[in-house]
Design a protein. Structure first.
Length: 623
């Protein structure tokens, strides 16, 4: 297709918004909508290439895929390989392990699926390849869209295909609105909720408007207005994409349809240069922005980070992106090269992930920079796992991720433990966890906890106990949704205890004292990076709700002869003041909610000592 300066100008407007938003969201709170602009542009260009090729019977699906790969894969591969090298020296083990998995999904264009199963887009600030979700969604569209159009071309007339694309865009928009309400995290990342934006770009190509010069200007200015206003009126507090995404998407559609070649966005040399290197700039800016957060770099240096993003983006464009790796006469060679790149980086990233961030290079024991759920070349995943034994075990440990993070401590002990955990699984039989769009039911999703718990004689329950009202949804009439969470917790735990055998010894591990200081991990990263000996997180007050919930759990436990409460605050707190690090090692990970490897060992040792005390009391009690 002929190069259009107005579309190139749109690219610049989009990438500038995204870059500014990621470095300082207060400057442009809706800058993330720049990605929606990119989606519409991609849909327009891809539809044009496909339909023109089909029209003159020159379209090749393989050539189409290779042309996309030639432009997208080399710059992405350079970025991934650079991050793998730098990450070895500058990232903690746990973060380097996560980077390995992100490399695999990014280079195979499935990272949007990975991130859709984690936190929301606006909650993640430590994933160096989070921004590749949009590349994954686009690539998935590139694979499906032309194949479907070629199939339809053999079945129906071209006019019908055009109408189907228009109808598909409208239906996709309606589905996006619905999905965003019920699955907000998934809707942000996944193709089914984003495809309508690209299809609307296709509509702009298929139904061009022959505007007069005055109308062209009005249409362009209106489109630019809608795009810009979305950057400043939208924010992360809104559900996205949803119906609000129509604002920047429609604005982009109008600018493309206006087709005004000579305008203020196309007759600007700076804008044109930025537009040409927008893809490379998009690739490099996010890892730099994350580095600022990762090491707590002062915001006054953000201008330097933005400038570095533009410099690296420009050099990536000139040195890598402009190279014509794809040549028709080297058809088979290019397939081998691109496949080899994907395979090599996937293998390398997978190896880093499977070895816990190349953790063999150091001793994992008592390490405060790994997650408590990690062991020596061994990571506990959701489900049932035996630790330190093949058959027999001393305890059954059940709960959510706050049970799994005791793994490191268990492995360092002589205890024989079976662990059964499920993320966000709560020990409330008649409740559904509604957190972040996930609906977790105890008897269904946490069925291992339920079935195993009725057979065991020594059960340890550990989980996150503090939740806001509205976090749960009742599944039975007798569960009154209008009651407070504390009231519900008291009655639901009583039901759960009755479900287990009356002779089972149940140990309730209370809420951990969690810090409000989010700079502890940054402090530890500097300790590890340049061998400092800073004290990180000593003598602080924990989150206020820990005392009230533990008092409630203690009171509930005391009502049952076979239920025993263990208050974990005693391990690190004295007179309501806590030390979240010892000997320069952090108790918690960067999320402030889960134990580090070192913290896992400290806490598990404390819990086991409390259990020993209880069992000693049983043995010495009179018959």
């Amino acid at each position: 297709m002929n190069f259009r300066k107005d579309i190139n100008g749109l690219r610049a407007i989009a990438v500038i918004a995204v870059v500014l938003y990621h470095f300082n969201s207060s400057l442009i709170p809706g800058g993330f909508a720049g990605v929606d602009v990119f989606f519409v542009i991609s849909g327009y260009l891809m539809t044009g290439i496909i339909f023109k090729g089909i029209g003159d019977e020159s379209f090749s699906l393989t050539n189409f895929y290779l042309a996309r790969a030639n432009r997208i894969i080399p710059p992405l591969a350079i970025l991934c390989f650079t991050l793998l090298i730098l990450g070895y020296f500058f990232l903690t083990i746990n973060d380097y392990r996560s980077l390995g998995r992100e490399i695999v999904t990014s280079i195979t264009f499935t990272s949007n699926i990975l991130f859709s199963m984690k936190k929301g887009y606006f909650d993640v600030d430590d994933s160096f390849l989070l921004h590749t979700w949009s590349l994954a969604a686009e690539w998935q569209f590139y694979i499906i869209y032309p194949a479907v159009l070629m199939l339809l071309n053999n079945l129906v007339k071209m006019k019908v295909i055009k109408k189907l694309i228009l109808i598909g865009a409208l239906i996709g928009f309606v589905f996006c609105i619905y999905a965003t309400l019920y699955w907000p995290n998934q809707s942000f990342f996944l193709l089914p909720m984003r495809a309508w934006e690209m299809m609307l770009g296709g509509v702009a190509f298929l139904y061009p408007h022959a505007f007069k010069r005055l109308n062209q200007s009005v249409m362009e200015y209106l489109g630019i207005f809608l795009i810009v206003i979305s950057y400043f009126l939208m924010s992360e507090s809104y559900l996205w994409p949803g119906y609000l995404a129509l604002v920047p998407v429609l604005g982009t559609y109008l600018v493309i349809s206006a087709n005004k070649e000579h305008s203020f966005i196309s007759n600007n040399r700076v804008i044109q240069v930025i537009g040409k290197c927008s893809y490379s700039l998009y690739l490099w800016h996010w890892p730099i922005a994350v580095t600022f957060v990762y090491y707590g770099i002062d915001g006054k240096y953000q201008g330097l980070g933005i400038a570095l993003s533009f410099i690296l983006g420009w050099y990536s464009y000139k040195i890598v992106e402009c190279k014509n790796f794809f040549k028709k006469q080297n058809f088979q060679k290019n397939i081998i090269v691109h496949t080899g790149i994907i395979f090599f980086l996937s293998l390398l990233g997978g190896f880093i992930y499977s070895t816990d961030g190349l953790a063999r290079r150091i001793d994992l024991q008592s390490n405060s920079l790994i997650h408590g759920s990690m062991g020596n070349d061994y990571t506990i995943t959701e489900g049932v796992t035996l630790l330190n034994t093949d058959k027999n075990y001393d305890y059954l440990l059940i709960g959510d991720s706050n049970a799994a993070h005791y793994t490191r401590g268990i492995l360092d002990s002589t205890d024989k433990v079976k662990i059964s955990w499920y993320g966000t699984c709560v020990s409330l039989p008649n409740m559904i966890n509604k957190r972040e769009g996930y609906y977790i039911n105890w008897k269904n999703d946490c069925k291992n906890n339920y079935k195993l718990g009725t057979k065991e004689t020594k059960i340890i329950i550990a989980q996150s106990w503090v939740h806001e009202d509205g976090f749960f949804e009742c599944t039975k009439v007798k569960c009154d949704a209008d009651r407070s969470y504390h009231s519900i917790l008291e009655s639901e735990l009583a039901i759960m205890f009755d479900l287990y055998q009356s002779n089972a010894d149940i140990y309730i591990v209370g809420e951990l004292p969690k810090s409000t200081n989010n700079k502890i991990m940054i402090c530890l990263r500097f300790n590890a990076l340049i061998n400092l000996n800073l004290e990180c997180g000593n003598h602080e007050e924990p989150r206020e709700n820990v005392w009230a919930i533990n008092e409630l759990l203690s009171r509930i436990s005391n009502k049952f002869d076979n239920v025993h409460f263990i208050n974990p605050t005693g391990a690190v707190c004295t007179d309501n003041i806590c030390s979240f690090s010892k000997d320069g090692k952090s108790i918690f990970m960067s999320d402030g909610s889960h134990l580090s490897g070192f913290g896992s060992e400290v806490m598990w040792d404390y819990i086991r000592n409390r259990i020993d005390v209880k069992e000693s009391d049983f043995e010495n009690s009179p018959p």
